[in-house]
Write a protein that binds this ligand. Sequence first.
Ligand code: C2O
Ligand code: CU
Ligand code: CU
Length: 485
Amino acid sequence: MQRRQFLQISGAGLLSQFASRSEAFTGSTGNFPPVGFNTLPIPPLLTGGTFHLSLQSGQMEFLAGKKTPTYGINGNFLGPAIKVRNGDAVSLNVTNNLAEPTAIHWHGMHLPANMDGGPHQLIQPGASWNAMFNVKQQAATNWFHPHTLDQTGRQVYMGLAGLLIVEDANTDGLDLPKTWGEDDIPLIIQDRRFHTDGSFAYLSSMMDSYQGMYGNVFLVNGAVSPRASLPAKEVRLRLLNGSNARVYRLAFSDGRAFKQIATDNALLEAPVELSTLILSPGERAEIVVNCSADLGKNFILLDTLSRASLLMLSIDKVPAQITTTPKTLTTLNWLDPAKATRTRAFNLSMGMRMGMGMMGVGNASGSGAQFLINGASMNMARIDQTVPLNDIEIWEIRNVGMMGMTHSFHVHGTHFTILERNGKAANVRAYEKGYKDTVLLNSGEVVKIIIKMTDYITGANAPYMYHCHILEHEDRGMMGQFIVT
Ligand code: C2O
Ligand code: CU
Ligand code: CU
């Protein structure tokens, strides 16, 4: 199976930006001349308790000789990585230096809803917003991004996103790669499409508003054709699918196995050995790739769905020290379905607003394609669900839409675990058996999750959100609001 996939890839030639060098890749660790690549940028790691984030406009040269107008956080594109510790009180001060309102959401964080940065916590141009909360969760790779009603997709596309890493006493004691930018490497994977003048071609095709934005140029940490220079040892990759709509199936060009050590919201109890990993928009995974025997070799991180090359990994450094990933990583708390108080249903479907064809470029309040949860599109004045604090609940999410639509269901303020996929516990993939906040539903799929809202009750003026993380679906109505009482 695996073998056939890679033969297919090399046979067809690697698409996108590596196309001209595809002959170097015939399924093994080829000797890929490291020329014409851009050094993989590593976002600066900010630590401490108080953080200042400035949302600003800028420009980048993604395509040679062309300037792309962008947004960034403390820079031109994307933002810093913020590292916090379980138990710490943190203050995140966000200043909006853009010419439009926005909101900044802390995706994956367990915090009070009024600090969550959803569409109700809008930051006007020139204004600042201070999110203050106590970190109360296990180590994880979370992230932050805009959550402006109807405008999230465009604002993320322009470049607003960054990592929010949680560490804890448990990870301190684990022999995992943890030297930032050396053997602990963040990878924010995105795709973009450009106009000929170099500007982003957001919502420029008829398909974009219902399929979501798919690009033909791949960026990792904001770089095209990136290359990472890595030590010959275990390397930890913190993967974030920061794309608006694209689902990736990640693998390495030599077919090598790797270990997944974390899902969205926590380490896995034990590493899971894989050779491919599916990540839908908003999902994260941490993996450990053992490169100890690879000094002098190059291989590529691929997306086997689009056949794109995402990142060249050049193992060209002698490590200062080695790590040995432990066999057990953490203990997770598994909620008992027998103790569930109720089951809630979430039906994800598609509709359209009358007066315009389905092909129209619409948003939640305009015309064109509409995305619905339980038959309704997002309304900030309507609370869709009321969840009692500390009740164990089962949420059944059904992708009932037609047209082969994929959705990526995300819940704010907490994590969940997956009980069943398509009616069976056995269908839950090994790498989904951990704390999750986002889950992929292919067309027709049904996923049952178990969830409990703890610690924070909310008011109707600051609800939590649940929504599809395909941002064009979210912006076209596929979002609902819940309060905790
Ligand atoms: Cu990452 Cu409500 O979003
Ligand atoms: Cu979120
Ligand atoms: Cu969707």
